[in-house]
Structure formats: C-alpha cells, structure tokens
Design a protein around this ligand. Structure first.
Ligand code: GAL
Length: 683
C-alpha cells in the first residue's frame, strides 16, 4: 500500500485499464489542503487484509467490514442511504426506479462509520456486495435450527445480509488490474473531505447560482420569455437564472446547437433585454449532435460508432473532440453572455421505459467502449462545458443529469425526471457522501400544498430550481396540471403566490450563509449538504435517517411532504432552536414537530449567530448584502462569512476574506484576507 498524499493510500493490482476515473481526471489533487487535515498517518487496512485477484470475469476485491460498521455513498443513491447488507451495481441510468445501485451519478466509493473511505478506480459496471454473503460452510453449525415456513414474499425474499465480521466484495468485469484508494478519517466526515480534496476540492459556485432558478416552457417563444421575465420582476418574485428548454434550438433531439429564428427572431436582442433585467441565462442541451449542426462534420471522426436519436456521440475523452465541442460553446454562447447550460440525457441508458442510448459494446476513438463511456460521459461532458468558462474567467453554476467519480470540483448540480418528493429529499441527504450536488426540483404540483412543500425542500437544497418545462406559466399561478394546460387560474393563487414569494425570500436571505458553506466545500472539501450520520457517526440513531439533513454546519432541515402536518425529527445531542420561533429543544431525542404550510421544520445549532441577508430580487455582480444577525442561544455566539467577488476565479489566487463575527455583549467583526471589496454590510 503506497501513501500518495496525507491520509490517502493506494493499493495496485495487475495492469489497470487505460480509461478509469483517475486516468481521465484533469482536475488537480489538492495535496496542500490534504496536509491541513489531521490523521494518524496509517492506512485504514493492512495490505494483507485486502484480497485482490484476477477472475475469469475480471477483477475480484474483498475488503473487511466490521460487525458494527455501516457504509454509505455509491453516488446519488435515491432509494437508500445506509447500504450495509445491500448489493449495489455502479451503472449510470436515467430512470433509477429501484434500490439496485443504478443512478444518475453512480460512484464506486463508500465511507464507513468506522471512519474511512474506499474508492475503486473503475469505469466499469462494478458490483459491490456490501456484507451480503457468507462463505461456504459458515452455516454448517445451524443444522438443527428450526425455521417457520415463510408465508409472504418478504419472509422468503427479504434482503440477505451477513452477520458478524463481514466483507465487501467487489466484482469488476473486464478489467485485468485495478487501483484501490483508501482515505483515512479519523471520522467519516474527514474521509469524505479527503475524497473531495483528492477530486480537486468542492466547487465554489458564483453567488448568483445560489438564488432562485426558473426554467420556462419547452415550447415558449420570444414573447412568452419576455412576458415571464417581466412578470417575475413586477410581482417581486426573486429569480436569478432564466432557463431555456429544448425549444431554443432548431433541432433538439438530437441537438443542432443553433438558435431557432422562428421562435426567437433576433435572439441577441432578447438576451440583451434579459441581461439588462439581471437574469442569467441557462440553455438546455444534450451532447448528441444533429446532422444539421455546424459541429457535425468536424466531430464525425471523433465520435463513437453508433448514433443516438440520429445524432453523433462525440468522444470528449479525445482532445480534438473536446476542443471542437468546447470551442463552439465558447464562441457561440459563453462569449455572448450565456451563464450556464443544462446538460440533459447524458445518463443515457434507460432500462425501464425504453432503450434510447448507444450500446455497451460501442467503440470510441479514445479506445473506450460503450460501458466505460456510459459511466464516464457525465463527467467528461461537465469538463468540456467547464472549459469555456475557465477560458473566459467567469464561474458558472450549471445542471447535469449524469455524473460520477471525482466530480466534486465540477460546477454542476444533478436532477432527475423522477418526482417522488421523499425520493427527492433522500437525494439531498445522500449527495454529500460522494462529492455530488443535487436539486430536488419543483415541476408541476398536485395541489397548492404539494407545490409549497416541494418549494420548501428546494429552497433548503443545493439548487433552488423550478423546472417548468411542461407548463406555460409558473405553478404558483396555475397549480393543477390540467388547469395549467387549459390556462385557468386557481381561486386562491394570490395566497399561494405570496407563500412562494416568502419562501424565495427565505432562500435569498440565506445566500451569504450558503455561499460560506460552499467556500468550505471548495477549500476544505466539507460537503455543504450532508446526512446527519456524517456529523454524528457515533450516534446510531442517525444511521438510517434519510429524510433530514444538515445544510452547512448550523442548520438541520427536516422537510414535510403533502399530506403531512407534522413529523418526527431526531435532534442529535446538544441544544437546538427552531429556526422560525427560536424555541429551544434539548437534543439526543426525537420530537414530534408540526408546521403549518408557511413553515418547513428547520433547527439551528445552539451557539449560532446566523447571518441573514435582506432578500434581494437577484444577485447582481456588484450586489452588497445587508446582513442582520440572528442569535440562537446565549453567551458567546459566533459565525464566519466568506467574501470574494462572487463571479471570477481570482479567489484561486487568494483574493478572498474570512469575516469573523462574535457577539457577546457587543458585536466584534474581524476581517482577514486579500479581497479588497466588500460584499456584506453588517448592521
Ligand atoms: C428531460 C429533462 C427535463 C426536460 C426535458 C425537456 O429529459 O429531464 O428536465 O429538460 O427533458 O425535453
């Protein structure tokens, strides 16, 4: 086992494949930041505890799993948080309907409550058996054990989990060798931080990316866009990002990457108008290239051997392919002010409703096959789209539907066509284990209650997104889908809209706190959204919690869904305060919490001085936030704010400040750092 950085260890076997997440990775290992994280300096396992061998299928790995350990991760798992005793296949899938491992962003990485992480560097559809099986002979002593005859499916076919000291078995098809990386703790959160820093550090979004997002109707025309954009401002509904869905292009499935002059005559004038109203514009696309696209001929030799939706599949792992694709984005869009993109359909395979993607046996010019490309296409795509923003020196926050290993530094947030609200909440809980961000987007709603509960979750999530691609008007005006389509209004829409507005304002108030949480992600690898078990790994009550999460270091969020007026919320040891009323709760136990439609249950850690901004309508480049401090607890209360220009990469050269705030009898503000501007006015 070789030490490759402070707390990061590598075990190699045989000849690893040419194309793996690490070999394809262009982002930098944050060795300096890893030095800052304390650890014992001993690998989590001795080499002789790990079994690795070649099999007729590929490579086999077996790693110990202690009787008391629980393991988490494997990417954006939407159906389960604690994977102990489960089998997980690392296979990208656009429609991950069951707890199989299939995911928009599967990652061959897990972390343990025992305080370490394991990353298997493969792009294959690897299978992890997480303490599921016992070896031949282990049950020999049970020959006289009496068992009832099972009379239900669950008794017969319930999950099979091994007891006692178990192992994690990994089956990697096709490979002849493998590198396995081990990340030290001492605790789970530290192991995740190390994985994120190994991946290049967490992303720091532009400040505007933390505001409200609205994606308009797919078939919208120029006049619809103008009407919506004017209406948000007139109605004082804060919106930062205006998203165009497929209709902006001449061809969308596959894509031309050319504006449609029919729906959008003089689109440049329309964009100027949107920019003048301080909207950031985001364009929907996917990477399958239509024959009419200006990129088609140039990309033909740099594409895979099968089409998708009659379009080319460019190989973004080859330099030429990536450059042609990235340059078109640079000159046609990014240099013309486009602030970001929604990278759709790159999760490709769909095993449930249809099979619309390229086959696993496809061949790509880089030498990758279809299986490897499926699992890597999301991160290759993100890297290609990040390039023009790096070139122009402007940050983006964008969307992507597929991601994977080592992705924490990419400025992209995941989303899905699934829509169960509880599944969406679980996504927020789970994304932080594997260096990912997730948006529990709001589309149409079944009722005003459903709409408002969903918006509450979105507002307390990595990206506050309304994805109204199916509906011509905002859902707070026309709640029910049928009515949307017919264009009728609900009687009480004024009231619904007022509640939505106040939730949007809650999001805008939290931007400085959230931005600071993202800065800690960028610098220290600390996930801005994370499961309670990451902060409280010694408390078994947190092990299975999949419906509440930490937002930054001080807020515990426990969303409600339609039909609920209350829920049980487990508060870990220590004191907590209701975000809204300041009511105090002694932690270490669960409480039955009720909340009317205007409130989502949120709890603040005792001792927090929460910085809340006067809500802006949008975050302009030169926005200054008026900060009021809210006290949760007594005695010395503290907080810190991260400050920089909010849009460029100059923070990488150290142009940022930490603003330390302490309130005892009086407020003490200490600024340290090299950024000369001021983003916060603290009153
Ligand atoms: C879906 C995507 C939706 C929307 C739609 C447009 O696949 O997930 O959010 O963009 O495409 O056709």
């Amino acid at each position: 086992m070789k030490k490759i950085a402070n707390g990061v260890w590598k075990l190699s076997f045989g000849q690893p494949e040419a194309h793996t997440p690490v070999s394809l990775r262009k982002n930098e290992l944050q060795a300096g930041a890893l030095e800052k994280l304390n650890c014992a300096g001993t690998a989590p396992f001795a080499e002789n505890q790990i079994e690795i061998k070649a099999t007729s299928r590929g490579v086999y790995i077996e790693i110990p799993l202690g009787a008391e350990e629980h393991i988490y991760g494997f990417g954006l798992q939407l159906h389960r948080v604690d994977h102990t005793g489960r089998k997980k296949v690392i296979r990208v899938n656009s429609d991950p309907v069951a707890d199989t491992g299939d995911s928009h962003a599967p990652v061959p990485f897990y972390v343990s409550t025992a305080g370490y992480g394991v990353f298997v560097d493969t792009a294959r559809y690897a299978t992890f058996y997480c303490g599921t099986n016992t070896r031949k002979g282990a049950s020999a002593g049970k020959k006289d054990e009496q068992k009832e005859i099972g009379t239900s499916e669950i008794e017969l076919y319930g999950y099979q989990a091994a007891e006692g000291d178990r192992t994690v078995v990994v089956d990697i098809p096709a490979a002849e060798g493998i590198d396995v990386y081990f990340f030290e703790g001492p605790n789970m959160l530290n192991a995740v931080q190390r994985y994120n820093l190994f991946s290049g550090g967490g992303v720091l979004p532009p400040m505007w990316g933390l505001g409200m997002w609205y994606r308009a109707y797919s078939a919208a025309k120029k006049e619809d866009v103008t009407r919506l954009a004017d209406q948000f401002r007139a109605d004082q509904m804060p919106v930062d990002v205006f998203g165009f869905e497929p209709g902006w292009q001449t061809k969308a499935y596959s894509c031309s990457f050319v504006w449609d002059d029919g729906r959008f005559p003089d689109h440049e004038a329309m964009l100027e108008e949107l920019y003048s109203k301080n909207y950031r514009v985001n364009l929907w696309e996917h990477l399958f290239i239509h024959p009419s696209s200006p990129m088609y001929d140039a990309l033909l030799p740099h594409s895979g051997d099968y089409e998708v939706w009659e379009g080319l599949v460019p190989d973004l792992a080859v330099k030429e392919g990536k450059e042609i694709f990235a340059n078109h984005h640079l000159t046609e869009f990014v240099e013309k002010g486009i602030a970001g993109f929604k990278l759709d359909e790159c999760d490709s395979s769909d095993f449930v409703h249809s099979n619309w993607s390229f086959p696993d046996i496809s061949k790509f010019p880089s030498g990758m096959d279809g299986e490897q490309m499926h699992n890597q296409i999301g991160t290759l795509y993100q890297e290609a789209i990040q390039a023009p923003f790096e070139a122009i020196g402007r940050r983006t926050l964008s969307q992507v539907r597929a991601s994977g290993a080592l992705a924490s530094s990419f400025p992209f947030v995941l989303y899905s066509d699934l829509y169960d609200h509880k599944v969406f909440i679980r996504g927020v809980v789970n994304c932080g284990f594997s260096g990912l961000l997730w948006s529990p987007e709001v589309r149409q709603a079944q009722s005003p209650e459903d709409l408002i509960r969903r918006i509450q979750t979105a507002v307390f999530s990595p990206m506050a997104l309304l994805n109204c691609w199916r509906i011509p008007n905002p859902p707070w005006m026309q709640v029910d889908r049928d009515k949307n389509i017919k264009g009728e209004f609900l009687d009480n829409y004024e009231e619904v809209r007022a509640i939505c507005r106040s939730l949007f304002e809650t999001r805008m108030a939290l931007i400085p706190y959230l931005y600071t949480s993202y800065a800690k992600y960028s610098i220290d690898g600390l996930p801005p959204f994370r499961a309670l078990v990451m902060d409280y790994p010694d408390d078994p009550n947190t092990f299975g919690i999949d419906d509440a999460y930490m937002m930054g270091e001080s807020l515990l969020v426990a969303p409600l869904v339609a039909g609920e007026t209350g829920r049980s919320v487990y508060l870990p040891a220590g004191r907590w305060h209701c975000y809204w009323t300041n009511e105090m709760y002694e932690g270490g136990t669960a409480y039955q919490i009720t909340a009317d439609l205007t409130r989502i249950p949120v709890f603040v850690k005792d001792g927090t001085l929460l910085p809340l901004a006067a809500p802006l309508q949008n975050v302009a480049d030169d926005a200054v936030f008026d900060i009021a401090l809210k006290s949760y607890g007594t005695g010395l209360l503290t907080t810190v704010l991260y400050e920089d220009d909010g849009t460029s990469f100059s923070y990488r050269q150290g142009e940022y400040n930490w603003v330390q705030l302490e309130l005892d009898n009086e407020l003490k503000i200490t600024r340290s750092g090299n950024y000369s501007g001021r983003r916060y006015h603290i009153g």
